[in-house]
Ligand binder design. Sequence first.
Ligand code: 0T9
Length: 388
Amino acid sequence: GSSVPPGSKGSWASFLKSITSFSGDLSSLTAPPFILSGVSLVEYSSYWAEHPSLFVAPAKEKDPAKRALAVLTWFISTLKQQYSSRNEHLGSEKKPLNPFLGELFLGRWQDEAGTTQLVSEQVCHHPPVTAYCIWNGEHGVRLQGYNGQKASISKALTIHIKQIGHALLHIDEFNEDYLITLPSLHIEGVYGGAPYVELNKSSFIQSSSGYTAKIDYSGKGWLSGKKNSFTATLYHEGREKDPLYTIDGQWTGSFSTKEGKSKNVIASYDPAKHPLTKLVVASIEEQDEMESRRAWQKVAHAISKGDMDTTSAEKSRIENEQRALRVKEKEDGREWNRFFFTRAKSDPVLDALAPKLGEIIESDKTDGVWLWDAEKAKNSKPPFKNRS
Ligand code: 0T9
C-alpha cells in the first residue's frame, strides 16, 4: 500500500529518483512536504534521557556488575524514543531539519530524579555533526557524545545508515566510564512513503570497570518473530560465552532480564509503566537566536501548514545567512567558535575503552573528537547561563 498523499505522488516519485543517485549526506535532499518535520536533528539528543530516573539509577548501585546492568537497562529503554517515536507520534519517520552550525537545543527535565540538564549543539554543518552533554548534578551522572551519519541506498530503496560517533557516560561516585557505541540502522518503507527505522547488527557498552554489554538487533526476531527484537548480554570483558545477565525482548516494547543463561527472570521492563518526563524548554520569546526552535520557528510553522513556498523561502534565508557567516570567517582567517564543545584529536577515556571493543574512532568523518568544555559552558553568555 502507499501512504503518499494523492497530491504528492509526482513529487514523491521524483524524490525517490533523486535518492537512488545520491551517496552520503541525506540532509542535502529536497523532499516533499508531507515527509518533512519541523523538528531539527539537534533536538534528537534529548532522546537519551526522557526517563531521568533510569539515567541516574546506576549511580545508586553499589555492586559493579549490577551497576553495568543498570546502564544497559537505561540504554535499551532509550531506543524506543530514539528510533521509533516519530513513527509513533507522526505516523512515519520524517525528515528532520538540517541544523546549522552553532545551532543549540537547551532544556532540562525536572522530576523525582531532580534536575537533569541538556545541552545539544551542532558542532559541524558539513558533514552534519551534533554534540551533546546531559547531566544530573545531584546524582553525579554525565553523558556526553557526538554523532554524524553516513548513508547509502540499496536498489530496493532501503536507506542504510551508519552512525559515526559514540557516547560516554561518567558516574562520579565510582569514577567510572562507559563507552556506548551507536547501532547501525536502515530505513524501510521508503517506496510507499511510510519510512520507519529498523536497527541492525550489534552495539556495545564497555565499562572502565571491566564489563562489556553486547546488544544484538534482529528486525524480525530470531525466536519470537516479533519486530524490533533484540538480545543483550552483559559479561566480564573477553568472556562473552559466559554472560552474567541476558536481556531480551523488543526495544519498542517490553523486555526481561535473566541471570546468566538461566530462564530465571530477575527484572522486567514495560514502557507503559515508565511514562516519559517532558523536557522543559524556554519559550520561543525567551530563547536566543541560536536556539533551534526560535531559529526555525517560521520554517516549522510553514511546514505544519503545508506551505512549501514559505518553507523554502525561510530555509533559504537561513542558509544564505549561514553562507555569509562562513565567507566572513574565511576572510578573517578564523573559524566559528562553538559555544559548549571543543574539538580534540583524541580523548584519553575513549582511547582506553575503544580498543577493548575493536572500535575505530573515525574522527576524520566528524571533523574531530568533540568534547564537552566546562570552561566554555561556564563563560557562555547569558540567556543560556540564566537558564542552566
Ligand atoms: C541521532 C537517530 C538519528 C540521529 C537520526 C537517519 C535520520 C537522521 C539521523 C541517527 C539520534 O540519537 C538517533 C534517529 C533517527 C535517525 C533519522 C531517521 C531518518 O530517516 C533520518 C534521515 C536523515 C532522513 O530523514 C531520511 C529521509 C526519510 C525520512 C525519507 C525517505
